[in-house]
Structures are given as C-alpha cells and as structure tokens.
Design a protein around this ligand. Structure first.
Ligand code: SF4
Length: 306
C-alpha cells in the first residue's frame, strides 16, 4: 500500500536500487548571515547553517564525500549517491563560485544526482542553468520556502517575501531543475491553516518535491530566546502528526515527499524533546496514513461499478 509518494521509492523506480544522499558542507554562507541582509540569520537557524559542519572543520568536498561514501556503503549497502549541498545557501555569491563547486562534484565516484539547498533570493537564470547542466539523472534544487505567509517571513527575519519563493520556483523549473520546496510547520504566530495554505500554493506551482519540517528550537538562536521567555511554544508531536497527515492528503499526488519530519542533533536541540525520536513520529504518521488509505480503498470497492 502506498502511503505517500516517497523519495526512496522514486529513486528505486529511477535507478533500480537504493540511492543514498550524502550531506556536503561547501563552506557556503548566506546573505542573512554575512551582513548583506542581516547578521542575525533566520530566528530558528543554528550557526552551522543546518548542516554537518564538516566543511567548517576543514574537510574539502572530496574528503567529505569519501568519508560519507565509505560510511553508507557499509551501513546502507549502496554504491549510488546524491550529493546534497545542505549547509547555508549554496547558490549565494558569484556564479563562478557555483560553477567551480559543481566541477568538484561532477567526478565524485558513484554520483547519481545533485540536490542543492538554497534560499529563494539566491537564484538567477545563470545559476539555474549551471545546476541544470550537471550530467546527472536527477538535478534537484532544494528551496527553503518555509511559508508563504509574509507576516511570518518578516517575524522570523527571513529577509525575503513569498513572491521571491514563487519567482525562484518558476525560474528553476523553466531551467529544467526538479524543485523540492521546504515547508515548516509550527512557525511563530502561524496556525495549522498557514501550512495547509502553503501546500495548496505548492500544488499550483511547478514543484516536484516537498520536505515537511516541524519547527524545533536550537540553542543560542533568537528562537531559543522566544522559547525561554514563553512567547514561542513548539508543536506537540500529536499536533504535528495531525498537521502533516492533513498536508499529505492535500498534496498533489505526483509530488515526491523527501521528508516528513525534522531531524536535529541532540547537541543543537533545546526543544521539543520528542523531535529527537524521529522514528516514532514517522511511525505515527505512517499509522494514520495507512488507516486513511485503507478507508479510501474500501470506499473505492463499494462504489457502484467498482
Ligand atoms: S537562509 Fe538558511 S542559512 Fe541563511 S540564516 Fe536562514 S536558515 Fe540560516
């Protein structure tokens, strides 16, 4: 029974076997960190840019690749990998920097695809064309949209508005990239309806993938201050599961779901504690989706003419 259109199943269809993402830290930065827009960053962002931090620790891309490749060949038994440029905004800066970065990726052994994380205001036609020209079967752009609510974007110090997200999605799709939109549930001041509205907007855009994240509080961030003062309360696991299940039911069925919950490290996490047991959250979402799919199937069977 298909509960949702998962990335792992998509890759098995395309490549005939398991494909593993390798997280890479390219030493990128972000206009919301380097002073161009702000030095504070988004209120939820930790200082390592939501990545492994290996680049900051001095490992270059091939060394990081070798490290993770050996790890996943042993633990996941696969030899096909997607290079995931995760930390900070990887298309920020001159196009020449991105071109050099992509040249470093192209010869990596076992490279099946790329997945490049960035923010919507760091993409232009030239950069999108460079990404689309990578000689891989799968060229994904992972776009940190988070929400289409402009009041929230302002409140979390995002430094761009919703129209920038729509523009970036359309530009990337025109260039031939597969676009994966990141959405966050439980952002400060938002109601569940805000995320469901974001899903409806995504359904009407040229988007091929989506990641759902619950908002969690990292230590030493502005959001940690809001949490400690009581002005921000993270979602409970139950509320998050309800919301993601509703979002999955609303989502256009062809959109590939890359992730259904955030996955912080224990070191960075201040709250909520439930987010450390990702597996339990995924199982709860699966249970609910299985019941829904069963009920849909039963309704189909009893329909006249079925
Ligand atoms: S855009 Fe990304 S890297 Fe930059 S401050 Fe926000 S979350 Fe952090």
């Amino acid at each position: 029974m298909i509960l949702w259109n998962s990335l792992s199943a998509h890759w098995r269809r395309i490549f005939g076997r398991r494909v593993q993402k390798i997280p890479l830290d390219a030493g990128s930065t972000c206009p919301n960190r380097d002073g161009t827009l702000s030095t504070r960053g988004c209120t939820f962002c930790n200082a390592t840019g939501s990545g492994s931090g290996l680049g900051l620790a001095g490992m270059d891309i091939p060394a990081q690749w070798d490290y993770w490749r050996a790890h996943f060949m042993a633990s996941a038994g696969t030899d096909l990998f997607v290079a995931y440029l995760q930390s900070f905004s990887n298309t920020y800066g001159p196009a020449e920097r991105l071109a050099r970065l992509l040249q470093t990726l192209a010869p990596l052994p076992g490279l099946a695809g790329i997945s490049v994380g960035t923010r919507p205001d760091c993409l232009d036609e030239r950069k999108a064309a460079l990404l689309a020209a990578m000689p891989c079967r799968e060229n994904w752009l992972e776009l940190g949209v988070q929400t289409f609510n402009n009041a929230t974007l302002q409140r979390i110090n995002r430094g761009h508005d919703a129209s920038a997200s729509v523009r970036a999605i359309e530009l990337a799709a025109r260039a031939g990239l597969s676009v994966c939109v990141h959405l966050m549930a439980g952002l400060p001041g938002e109601r569940p309806e805000d995320m469901l509205e974001a899903v409806r907007i995504v359904n009407d855009l040229p988007v091929q993938g989506i990641k759902f994240h619950n908002v969690y509080v990292c230590r030493n961030t502005p959001l940690a201050g809001e949490f400690l003062s009581g002005s921000f309360v993270p979602l409970s696991r139950e509320t998050y599961v309800d919301l993601v299940v509703e979002a999955l039911c609303l989502l256009r069925p062809d959109i590939i779901v890359h992730r259904v919950v955030a996955d912080p490290t224990a070191d960075e996490l201040l709250a909520p504690e439930w987010t450390l047991t990702k597996h339990q959250t995924v199982m709860a979402i699966e249970r609910r989706m299985r019941a829904i799919r069963k009920a849909e199937e039963a309704a189909r069977q009893t329909r006249p003419g079925a």
